[in-house]
Design a protein around this ligand. Structure first.
Ligand code: PLP
Length: 371
């Protein structure tokens, strides 16, 4: 199989698998006082220190969770009562959908998928004395579009607003530096970066109190109860260390730009999204005119290629991507878009084979867009 769906999840990297296997059989509860517990505590704190060091944070700024979804939920739920929530229109559902439930206001994006800074500032101004929590991702999971986080932080500071950023898709694809980003909270996840499913983290300023969502034991300084998943966290730290300097990003950029140009040349009526913005080099979102993404996915699957229709759909029904809709793409066109995303095992030969397959499917199924 040619797997080009790394933005959904990545296979676990070999060094990460070895790291996990080293500790998997041990009884590791970091709250236990005996020596096995102390060993667990050491593994946990070493992982925390390693992730902090790699991303330019202090260890006490790393709070482990079971997933990015959990970290994102924690952030919005903790601040929803005391602050106005401003959430971009292109967030992952763990921010976007929850934001809607909690009454968040939406930050629009332009046609290139970038948050409109003038509108953000206008919304902050309109809040008057009420303070805000802004949540804008570092890079989008469907288009790869990278957001102007430094500018957002600069604006936020003028209005005493807090900034949270979901960096799940950015990790391992662009350099992430907690200090340079300047945000108050940052979400990352293990399994998108060649780590295991089951470990995520919220980087949070140590002077910023956050209410626990999981209540129980005193783990994570009382902010996240539940026995720490030491094997997953240990693997997560190994993955972060391996990918933080983005070892494959240059190759991806060459291949993605080649692929995009190859497909658009073969199908001039096809359209790629977010091309006017800086994008993650591993991601291409492109529509095939007249061919629904579900039909494309089936045809690609039969040809041994795994890609996805926008974000992974959990309901089994492919809806037009809210991200593309927010960028002003029509619902009919958005239905025809798929996401191709490269990762650590992707080869140039696979990208070339995918291009051949895409062109064959296009020749067979595409209908010209109505004039
Ligand atoms: N945030 C973004 C941008 C994502 O792409 C995803 C996964 O698709 C998540 C959050 C959720 O991550 P997790 O699977 O760790 O809950």
């Amino acid at each position: 199989m040619i797997y080009l769906d790394y933005n959904a999840t990545a296979p676990v990297r070999p060094n990460v698998a070895s790291a996990i296997m080293e500790v998997l059989g041990k009884p590791l509860n970091s709250s236990s006082v005996h020596s096995a517990g102390q060993q667990a505590k050491k593994l946990l704190e070493d992982a925390r220190a390693s992730i902090a060091h790699t991303l330019g944070a202090f260890p006490n700024e790393v709070l482990f969770t079971a997933s990015a979804t959990e970290a994102n939920n924690m952030v919005l739920r903790a601040f929803a009562d005391e602050r106005a929530l401003l959430v971009s229109a292109i967030e992952h559902p763990s921010i976007g959908k929850l934001g809607k439930l909690l009454g968040a206001d939406t930050l629009a994006v332009d046609g290139n998928g970038t948050v409109k800074l003038d509108l953000l500032e206008a919304k902050l101004k309109a809040l008057g004395q009420r303070k805000a929590l802004i949540s804008v991702m570092v890079a989008n999971n469907e288009t790869g579009v990278i957001q102007p986080i430094a500018e957002i932080v600069k604006i936020a500071r003028q209005y005493n607003a807090l900034v949270h950023s979901d960096a799940v898709q950015a990790l391992g694809k662009i350099t992430l530096d907690w200090g340079l980003l300047g945000v108050d909270m940052l979400t990352i996840s293990g399994h998108k970066a060649g780590g295991p499913v089951g470990a995520g983290a919220l980087l949070i300023r140590s002077d910023l109190p956050i209410r626990a969502m999981m209540v129980g034991g005193g783990q994570e300084l009382g902010r996240r109860a539940g026995t720490s998943n030491i094997p997953a966290i240990h693997g997560f730290a190994a993955a972060v260390k391996e990918v933080a300097h983005c070892p494959d990003a240059k190759n991806w950029a060459t291949w993605r730009d080649w692929l995009q140009s190859e497909l658009l040349t073969a199908a001039p009526d096809a359209r790629a999204y977010g091309t006017g913005s800086e994008r993650l080099s591993n991601t291409l979102n492109i529509s095939m005119p007249g061919v629904g993404s579900d039909t494309q996915l089936m045809n690609f699957d039969l040809a041994g290629v795994a890609v996805s229709a926008g974000s992974a759909c959990s309901s089994g029904k492919v809806e037009p991507s809210p991200v593309l809709l927010a960028m002003g793409v029509s619902a009919a066109e958005a239905q025809n878009a798929i996401r191709i995303s490269f990762g650590w095992q992707t080869t140039k030969a696979e990208v070339e084979a995918f291009a051949t397959t895409w062109k064959a499917v296009y020749q067979r199924l595409a209908k010209p867009r109505a004039a």
